[in-house]
Design a protein around this ligand. Structure first.
Ligand SMILES: [Zn+2]
Length: 99
């Protein structure tokens, strides 16, 4: 089985985040779309005991779509730090490749 690709370069360019992957593929994410796809519980909601997920109402500000920093965490996920202070979203490499 092939090793799954990991980012070799992560560069914020204007209002996009460019990621170069170890297999040579390049992907570009609009920062606004990336933030709206934030997979964390506060943005996505957590399932209750019955498995229902109620999507929380998330309000965004202009700073919500501006990056302060990007970390690679644990060798499996990209963690953007947004200018509004939100940093709990862990975007796994697989998730990013499917966005
Ligand atoms: Zn989030």
């Amino acid at each position: 089985m092939a090793e799954s690709a990991h980012p070799t370069r992560i560069d914020p360019i204007g209002d996009e985040l460019a990621i170069v992957w170890s297999d040579g593929r390049e992907t570009y994410f609009k920062l606004e779309a990336l933030r709206r796809a934030c997979p964390c519980a506060a943005c996505r909601g957590e399932p209750d005991v019955l498995g229902h997920v109620e999507r929380p109402l998330v309000s965004y500000k202009p700073e919500s779509f501006v990056l302060r920093a990007v970390h690679v965490t644990g060798g499996y996920a990209v963690q953007p730090v947004w200018k509004d202070g939100h940093d709990s979203g862990l975007y796994t490499f697989d998730y990013l490749r499917r966005l």
